[in-house]
Design a protein. Structure first.
Ligand code: ADP
Length: 485
């Protein structure tokens, strides 16, 4: 099979994912460090100023207010004036460059009024130019730096004695241009390092992930060619180990099936060839030697042909049963009558060859099933018993009915079956003793058909056997209440 060119190797896929990841990461860094830096910084500063105003408001009556303001300036460079509604200072700590340093009482009163109008607080963030045209512009002195943005925050408070005061805070936002340049240079380095790292990572990871897959693929190709002895390497990681175990198991099962198929073909061809050789042999003898055209030889040919027919029939039956294509015609019938009928077919055998077939039964057991198939079952069991029974040539068939179930036992007095063979005799083509005198007739398919038919009927079945003491093949199925009973 040719690999589809649309299917990209895992190496390139990984590299693609990592590239996207790195790009997103760098974009985020660039956005936050360069583009939004100023506004983020401004937001943080504004928040600090507001929080500071809150904390001063809580200590407005404290004697330590001036000391607090001083500390504030030293730590955060935030200037502060606490003034009355008339613009008179109550406390004041301001830096030399502070915007609010030189504000006159009249300006302070204006700011106070703005805060009062805006709900008790006013916030302005202004650059140098905007400052020029605002009320915060110091009328005297106050050299203003260019490019500096300034935050002015006024908050109204009431002291415990009812005095109306305003906390006015001021802080500057120093330009970040220099910082941005540094960050930009850093970003270039980070981008290069990340790209190289992700490349290396992609190649390393793809190696770790794909190496075991490549190995499995190689083994699978060997398996596809029909070599079932191939082993899949279970190293790597969990998914690969599980896949390898599954494939090893599959290879093993395929190997077994293949072996069974070979055995089966070997057995079938052997069994087909034997009667054919005999038929040809007898035919040729009868053609070439005038005296050999005897009824016995003709009978031999007929017998061998029958053997072939029954073998082929068995094979067909079994393959139909196993493929589930067998049609079953279920109906109520008398199992007792069925056994009766089969046993009577052996009358000749009883008469001429001294066999003793005893049939122990009471009453009439009616079951629901396929008559033809069940005839096959009983026939195969009795036939086996007659074939394998001992020197006394005795076979007992026993029917017992209890609790709505009927059990048929077919008992012989033969050699029995060894324990280790017991589970195997039900398998297709299994013969315990391939050289058995009378068993030469058997195809090895009989019990396999019995098993398949009984399973189809949901019947229980089994065998009790002890070497030297004979065997008892039995099956048990539900009875249906008989109209005749
Ligand atoms: P076969 O056609 O060879 O009898 P079966 O499938 O009927 O094939 O039986 C499988 C094998 O089980 C037989 O070859 C035989 O070795 C063993 N077997 C079956 N029935 C008996 C029995 N009544 N006594 C001893 N062995 C038996």
């Amino acid at each position: 099979m040719k690999p589809n060119s649309a299917h990209i190797s895992i190496k390139w896929k990984l590299l693609g994912f990592l590239a996207v990841f790195v790009a997103v990461l760098i974009l985020m860094l660039w956005l936050f460090q360069v583009v939004f830096l100023e506004s983020i910084y401004e937001a943080i500063q504004t928040r600090t100023v507001k929080v500071t105003a809150e904390s001063i408001a809580r200590r407005i009556d404290s004697d330590e207010l001036p000391a607090q303001l001083l500390k504030l300036y030293e730590q955060n460079r935030i200037s502060c004036r606490v003034v009355t509604a008339e613009g008179q200072d109550v406390a004041c700590v301001v830096g030399m460059e502070s915007t609010i340093k030189d504000l006159l009482p009249v300006q302070l009163m204006l700011i106070y009024a703005t805060a009062a109008r805006d709900g008790g607080a006013t916030l302005e963030v202004l650059d140098a130019e905007e400052l020029q045209s605002s009320i915060y512009q110091p009328l005297f002195g106050g050299r203003r730096e260019r490019n500096v943005r300034t935050i002015i925050y006024g908050k109204l408070v009431t002291s415990s004695d009812g005095g109306k005061l305003m906390i006015l805070l001021n802080s500057t936002i120093t330009p970040v241009n220099a910082t941005v340049d540094t960050l930009r240079a850093e970003l270039v380095v980070i981008t290069i390092v990340m790209t190289v790292l992700s490349l290396a990572l992609a190649f390393f990871m793809s190696g770790v992930i794909s190496r075991p897959i490549i190995k499995i693929n190689a083994s699978a190709k060997i398996l596809a060619k029909g070599d079932y002895s191939v082993r899949f390497d279970e190293g790597g990681y969990r998914e690969i180990t599980e896949l390898s175990q599954t494939l090893n198991n599959t290879a093993e099962q395929l190997g077994k099936v293949d072996q069974m198929r070979r055995d089966f073909i070997a057995n079938v061809s052997h069994d087909l060839r034997t009667p054919l050789t005999l038929i040809t042999g007898y035919g040729e003898v009868m053609r070439d030697l005038p005296g050999e055209n005897t009824p016995e030889n003709v009978q031999n040919i007929i017998d061998e042909a029958k053997r072939l027919t029954s073998l082929v029939n068995d094979l067909l039956d079994l393959s139909r049963l196993q493929s589930g294509k067998q049609k079953v015609e279920m109906q109520d019938f008398s199992l007792t009558g069925l056994v009766d009928g089969i046993l009577s077919r052996y009358a000749q055998l009883v008469l001429h060859e001294g066999y003793r077939l005893s049939w122990e039964h009471e009453g009439d057991a009616v079951v629901h099933g396929d008559t033809t198939r069940m005839t096959q079952v009983v026939y195969n069991l009795i036939n086996n018993a007659i074939t394998y029974t001992g020197e006394d040539k005795t076979v007992t068939v026993r029917q017992t009915v209890s609790d709505g179930r009927v059990r048929i036992d077919v008992i012989d007095t033969g050699e029995g079956i060894a324990k280790e063979d017991l589970p195997l005799i039900w398998e297709r083509y299994y013969k315990v003793d391939k050289t058995h005198r009378r068993a030469a007739v058997g195809s090895g398919l009989g019990l396999s058909i019995v098993r398949n038919v009984l399973e189809l009927h949901g019947a229980q079945y089994g065998v009790q056997s002890e070497p030297g003491k004979g065997s008892d093949f039995w099956f048990e199925m539900k009875t249906v209440p008989s109209a005749r009973a």
